[in-house]
Ligand binder design. Structure first.
Ligand code: IVH
Length: 329
C-alpha cells in the first residue's frame, strides 16, 4: 500500500497531451448496420486483403477511459483521462492506487520478458456491479451521496484530488489497445496479438474476445445477438460490443473519418424500459434530516434484475408519464 498511495493532495489536474489521438467509435444499432459496415470496409480493401480479412469482437466496457504510460524500465510513469481526445488530465496518483494497474511491466512473475522502450496502453477503469451496489448501500446508510451508475462512480473516483479517497474505491481496469509501442519486442501485427501481448505483460485483458474470419460474418452477427441477451449475467456493465478489423495494417489502410476509425464499430445494445405500477411513495428521513422519497413498485423484470423500488429525488428523471427505475433492490 505504501508504494501505491502517497504524495500530496492535488489542487487540480495537469493537462497531458496524448501520444496519438484518442479516437472514439461510430455506432451501429441493428444487424443491418453491421452488414453495411462490412460492405463499406470491403470496398476499401484489395482482393488479397479481403482474403485475409478477420474481425475481433469484444465487450464495450462501460467506465472511464484511461491512458497508461510506461518508461524504458517498464515503470508506470503517467496515467491520464481521455479528455477531449487530444489532451487529457494527469490522474497518475489516483491510477497508482488501482491494484490492477501494473506499476512495473512485465509483472515480476513473467520473467524472461523485457520491457519495451516505451509503451502506452488504452483501457477502461470500471467497477463491478456488486461492488457498486454495496458501495452505494453503505453511502445511503451513512446519508452520503450515492452514484447514479457505475460509469459515474469510476469517473468520480478517479477525479478525486486526494488519491487516498480513490484508494478506498473498488476500481478495476481492462486494457484493450496499444496506443504506442517503441523498441523490442516488435509490435504485434494484429489486434488479437496485441491483446495477448498486453496480457503477457501483466495487464488485465478480457477473455470475452472472439475472432471471426470475414467468411463467418453471419456467425459474428449471431454472436453479437447472443452476447447482448446474456450481458446482464456479466459481473460488470457493458453498453455494447465493439467489432474491430484484426489486422493492424488493414486498420491503418482503412484510417478514420473525423474522430471515428473506419476499422471499428460499436454495436449499442438498446436501453431497456419496463412499465409497472407505482404502489406507494415512502419518505426516508436521514440522520442529518435529509429527506429522500422512494417509489415502491410492483416488481418488474428489467435488465436481468427484479426492480421493486426507485429513488425519486432526481426530478429530471421523474415525470408523471415516465418513471425510470435507476436503482434496484
Ligand atoms: S476501441 C480507436 N474498445 O468506448 C478505437 N473502446 O465510444 C478506440 N470503450 O470512450 C476505442 N470498451 O474508451 C474500444 N473494447 C473497447 C472499448 C472501448 C469501451 C470506450 C472507449 C471510448 C468509447 C467509444
Amino acid at each position: 500500500p505504501t508504494v501505491r498511495i502517497g504524495g500530496d493532495v492535488a489542487e487540480r489536474f495537469e493537462k497531458v497531451p496524448h501520444p496519438a489521438p484518442m479516437l472514439s467509435l461510430a455506432n451501429a444499432f441493428d444487424e443491418d448496420d453491421l452488414r453495411a459496415w462490412r460492405e463499406r470496409i470491403k470496398r476499401l480493401l484489395s482482393d488479397d486483403e479481403i482474403a485475409e480479412l478477420a474481425y475481433v469482437v469484444e465487450p464495450k466496457f462501460d467506465g472511464l477511459t484511461v491512458v497508461l504510460h510506461y518508461d524504458e524500465q517498464g515503470r508506470f510513469v503517467l496515467g491520464a483521462t481521455r479528455g477531449d481526445g487530444d489532451v487529457g488530465e494527469n490522474i497518475t496518483a489516483n491510477l497508482r492506487t488501482v491494484a490492477q494497474v501494473p506499476l512495473q511491466i512485465p509483472v515480476p512473475t513473467n520473467s524472461g520478458l523485457m520491457p519495451p522502450a516505451r509503451l502506452v496502453v488504452r483501457g477502461e477503469a470500471y467497477v463491478e456491479k456488486a461492488a457498486f451496489d454495496a458501495f452505494n448501500r453503505e453511502r445511503a446508510q451513512a446519508d452520503e451521496r450515492t452514484y447514479a451508475n457505475p460509469r459515474n462512480f469510476a469517473a468520480g473516483s478517479l477525479r478525486q484530488l486526494d488519491s487516498g479517497v480513490t484508494a478506498q474505491r473498488p476500481l478495476k481496469i481492462w486494457a484493450y489497445q496499444i496506443l504506442l509501442l517503441a523498441g523490442e519486442p516488435a509490435p504485434p501485427g494484429t489486434h488479437s496479438a496485441s491483446l495477448d501481448y498486453l496480457r503477457d505483460f501483466g495487464f488485465p485483458v478480457s477473455a470475452l474476445t472472439e475472432r471471426f474470419s470475414d467468411d463467418a460474418f453471419e456467425d459474428l452477427v449471431e454472436y453479437v445477438g447472443q452476447f447482448g441477451a446474456a450481458r446482464h449475467d456479466l459481473p460488470f456493465e457493458v453498453d455494447g460490443i465493439v467489432i474491430k478489423v484484426d489486422s493492424l495494417a488493414q486498420q491503418a489502410k482503412l484510417g478514420f473519418t473525423g474522430k471515428d476509425p473506419r476499422w471499428a464499430l460499436a454495436y449499442k445494445f438498446p436501453g431497456e424500459e419496463a412499465v409497472t405500477d407505482l404502489l406507494d411513495i415512502v419518505i426516508n428521513v436521514g440522520r442529518t434530516g435529509a429527506v429522500t422519497p422512494n417509489a415502491v413498485l410492483a416488481p418488474v423484470q428489467i435488465g436481468g434484475v427484479t426492480v421493486r423500488s426507485a429513488t425519486l429525488h432526481n426530478e429530471d428523471s421523474v415525470s408523471y408519464t415516465h418513471l425510470r427505475a435507476h436503482e434496484t433492490s
